[in-house]
Ligand binder design. Structure first.
Ligand code: ARG
Length: 645
């Protein structure tokens, strides 16, 4: 709209401007100054054009203030600054092919809101080319080349050549209003991509351990991230449900519960059942033979054997589901058995392309750049973990048509995935420029003694026991804080679960997943520091302000359309800018697939909110009447920040 008006005014302005010029020329050339007509017309035109010029300037300014169109999505301020500075840097230094671009948010307000640190690195690069230029001079040049834009108020050079960037308050205020009106929206998606996340993936008949807990928590969060961004996500539980151990399990099942085809056997403790069958497998020759026969009959899909196998899988499934229910995890089971037939095809494809070799009875594949080969067929003719992952990858690329495939397992499996990815690229299944295939590895879970996480007796910790312990600890904490005195029993149980499971998940997510991480209930339940307990506390506080101020989301949305978000106070300004950094954080975690920056950001947001709340008085209840007095900072503070989630 405003753009059209600018054009219209500008055309008129230019037309009149040229008329003014020709009239002035005519006037100059006139011998007889008494003839007044051109001069009157000239005065008229001059006056009208000065008015037009004024209106044009206003319109141009408001156009500059208008953020570029990105629908209802939140704008990534850092990205926008990178675009602007990228252009300025290229224009000021044509000698460098790809000059370094660095724009980062500033923690200390006195240095501006963002900072561009490219000048120093550029000076270094120029020096290497034999050109000696002072970084401050480069910074000056960059500033001269900054194109017209909607968000920068001013820039200044500091120290050896830092450029401090100050944002326009009106711009930040408008973005905040947009956010209130539209809600938190993901950035616009160029195209809807299909993502497969392979996570959790415990092994049937074995206990789910803390490594699987990490995979479950990290994988679930990655899925939520992709879903929030609008991707089409397939959550896959690649359970270990196929393999030789099923032979002995089935043989033992036949002995223990001969009636298993008619009545479901009451296997309460699959772990114990597994141990018993393993003992027999190691000690009884006949049993061992029968176990091997069972594997063959299972793999040839004899109905009775499939039934036995299903019964065993069901017992495990129920156990896994208990953990998923506690942690609110949603996942589709598609275990190794799903790929059984595809494995035969995969081996054939490698054979046909001449990529396999025999090595002491095994069939192996060497992939470029890999120190060891993949084993695709064992000497007994069986397939391996390598074969099943090759088949799974091929199925995900060609049948699922995935654009992004992520495997969330401990870092120890890194070499295995590198082998599989290298073999898949070699055979031409995918081009890494087009399809993103990544192993998102994580470190081991340590006890507070910094040793591998174990029970006191040295056994692996059962996940359900761990979650139960979390519930107990969280209830102790709630009681210590006398929450049991104010909450109903139902509310107390709800709070207990939110605190326990929220803290366990957050503790995992807030650490860089690559590192080993120390599991400590005391730390994760501490309500000071970067913990879920602290964030839950901050959220509760915000909600209680909203309750006290009697505002809900609809009121806020409506108010935001007419009331300007004022950012006069330092703490308001700081909080406003912090809120708007969300799209920048999203982009970062999407690029690196590391989730801890999101936790760091949430923690920063919560502490910035607390600072704001402590210095900018929101609402206060009258201690005697329980009523709220009129808010002090009517126009902005109260309703607008107190978004009930
Ligand atoms: N079941 C495996 C384990 O417990 C993890 C499977 C991970 N996914 C995969 N596609 N290999 O170690």
């Amino acid at each position: 709209m405003d753009g059209d008006r600018v054009n219209e005014y500008a055309t008129k302005f230019l037309k009149q401007e040229s008329e003014i010029q020709s009239l002035s020329a005519e006037l100059e050339g006139l011998k007889n100054p008494q003839r007044s007509s051109p001069s009157c017309r000239l005065d008229e035109l001059r006056e009208e054009n000065s008015r037009l010029q004024y209106r044009l300037n206003i319109l141009k300014r408001s156009l500059q203030d208008e953020p570029p169109h990105c629908g209802t999505a939140m704008m990534n301020i850092n990205q926008r600054l990178q675009e602007i500075f990228g252009r300025a840097i290229r224009a000021s230094c044509p000698e460098l092919d790809s000059p370094p671009l660095s724009v980062t948010p500033n923690q200390q307000a006195k240095f501006g809101d963002y900072q561009c640190n490219s000048a120093m690195a550029m000076a270094q690069l120029l020096k290497a080319k034999g050109l000696k230029v002072n970084p401050r001079e480069i910074a000056e040049k960059i500033i001269q080349n900054i194109p017209e834009n909607e968000l920068i108020q001013k820039t200044e050079i500091a120290g050896p050549g830092f450029i401090n960037i100050h944002l326009k308050r009106s711009f930040v205020s408008r973005l905040l209003s947009n956010l209130l009106v539209n809600g938190v929206q993901p950035p616009p998606l160029a195209s809807k991509k299909r993502v497969v996340v392979d996570f959790s993936s415990p092994n049937i008949a074995k206990e789910m351990h803390v490594g699987h807990l990490r995979s479950t928590i990290i994988g679930e969060s990655m899925c939520r991230l992709f879903e929030f961004l609008g991707y089409d996500v397939l959550r896959l539980n690649h359970v270990g449900d196929w393999g030789t151990q099923f032979g002995m399990l089935i043989a033992h099942l036949q002995d223990k519960f001969p009636n298993y085809l008619a009545v479901s056997p009451p296997i309460g403790d699959l772990q114990a059942f597994y141990k018993e069958s393993k003992k027999r497998f190691d000690e009884e020759d006949d049993f061992k033979k029968r176990a091997y026969q069972c594997v063959v009959r299972l793999q040839s899909k004899e109905p009775d054997f499939i039934k036995a196998w299903n019964l065993i899988c069901d017992v495990s499934r129920k156990e896994f589901q208990k953990v998923y229910d506690c942690l609110d995890v949603h996942i589709i089971e598609r275990g190794e058995s799903f790929y059984q037939d595809l494995m035969t095809e995969v081996v054939k494809e490698f054979d046909d392309k001449g990529l396999t070799e025999m090595d002491e009875g095994r069939k192996i594949v060497f992939a470029p750049g890999q120190p060891i080969p993949l084993t695709v067929v064992k000497s007994d003719g069986g397939y391996t973990y390598d074969t099943s992952d090759l088949a799974a990858l091929r199925q995900r690329i060609f049948d699922e048509k995935a654009d992004i495939i992520i495997y969330v397992t401990d870092s120890g499996q890194g070499p295995h995935f590198q082998l599989v990815f290298a073999a898949a690229k070699m055979i031409g299944w995918y081009d890494p420029q087009v399809t993103r295939v990544e192993h998102a590895g994580f470190g081991v879970v340590l006890g507070e003694d910094k040793k591998k996480f174990k029970t006191r007796s040295g056994d692996t910790v059962r996940l359900m026991d761990l979650l139960d312990e979390g519930l107990k600890r969280s209830m102790d904490k709630l009681r210590e804080k006398e929450r049991d005195k104010v909450l109903t029993p139902e509310e107390l149980t709800k709070a207990q679960r939110s605190v326990a499971f929220g803290c366990i998940k957050y503790a995992d997510l807030s650490h860089n997943r690559i590192n080993d991480y120390v599991f400590s209930f005391d730390k994760m339940l501490d309500d000071r520091g970067n913990t879920a307990a602290y964030l839950l506390y901050a959220l509760t506080r915000i909600r209680s302000i909203a309750r006290l101020a009697n505002v809900d989301e609809a009121t806020l949305r409506k108010a935001a359309q007419s009331v300007e978000v004022l950012l006069d106070h330092d703490k308001e300004w700081k909080l406003g800018k912090c809120i708007l950094r969300f799209p920048e954080i999203l982009q970062k975690i999407l690029d690196d697939l590391l989730l801890h920056p999101l936790c760091d950001y949430l923690y920063e947001l919560a502490t910035t909110f607390t600072e704001f709340y402590d210095s900018c008085y929101c609402v206060e209840k009258d201690r005697h009447t329980g009523n709220e007095p009129p808010p002090r900072r009517t126009s902005h503070v109260i309703p607008q920040w107190c978004v009930p989630a």
